[in-house]
Write a protein that binds this ligand. Sequence first.
Ligand code: UT7
Length: 330
Amino acid sequence: MNKTISAAITAVGGYVPEEKLTNFDLEKMVDTNDEWIRTRTGISERRILKGEGLATSDMAVPAVLELCKKRGIDPLEIDCIICCTVTPDLVFPATANIIGDKIGAKNAFGFDLQAACSGFLYGVTTGASFIESGRYKKVVVVGADKMSAIIDYSDRATCIIFGDGAGAILLEPNQEGYGVQDSILRSDGSGCQYLHMKAGGSKKPASIETVMAKEHFAYQEGQAVFKFAVKGMADVSAELLERNNLTGEDIAWLVPHQANLRIIDATASRMKLPKEKVMINIQKYGNTTSGTIPLCLWEWENQLNKGDKIVLAAFGGGFTWGATLVNWAY
Ligand code: UT7
């Protein structure tokens, strides 16, 4: 795609809480075992944000401050903060505003973007459009989720997957062709039935009954989601390569959403990518929803080279899914 101004990723920050919840801890909470979890998902442990009153913004803030420090910018220079999350601090106002306040980004406007596990991809594409339009110069996209706030730790099918964490990127204009090249984003609301939260929205506001019925937790029909995810993430990643006349050999890294190692493997194999080119940290952090992709970029940042072509890919609740091609800028 030819763009006069492209949106380059110029810095990455991340944050995971100290506290670990291991498979062995979960064995004491629900009827499960380490072997089942590792073989079915690839996860060994996840991080949990503990502490009274601590929320998603408390993980997003250190991630954003880290990227400001790395890039040598003052938060006052940020034009826009897009916070991708399904676990906002409050139903309203937007967590992006709370982050902006906490870091002193007084010149930034901000909003939350909710596309479940594909949130970060939607955020990157939205933020990149702001940059490409020439209207804004510094857009922060943060993917952050405190999943432990909405997980039922007596539901063994769901609680084993999720963890807490946050990652953030800075998007800036580039005139040499680096940055976000192309994105394919998809959604299908008929998938809502398989992955959702039953109460707390306008359809079924919170009541004593909804709390007693555990309807404020994430509800997931894992196997159904799995089937759609394997096909959706692999199809869209292959389509992105094809329409950019690329093959797996041209790609330096696949950065997949970390929901299940089997979904990641299926996507990599469809793109004909060897495992060495796939960022995988699901074993340490589990599924941090909007946090997975930027947390991978954060962890692999030192191994990325200018000009590397990388594909970000995700599938999640909604259903939402997509893939984004990035030409690494530094
Ligand atoms: O990130 C956004 C989107 N989410 C996803 O992409 C998640 C997609 N889904 C998955 O990753 C998988 O479906 C899960 C990891 C959630 C579940 O794995 P699965 O291989 O699909 O298991 P299943 O639900 O088909 O259950 C198989 C068996 C069942 O027992 P029976 O009926 O065969 O006797 C379950 O009751 O495994 C049982 N089971 C467990 N056993 C031990 C389910 N959860 C557990 C558990 N420990 N934690």
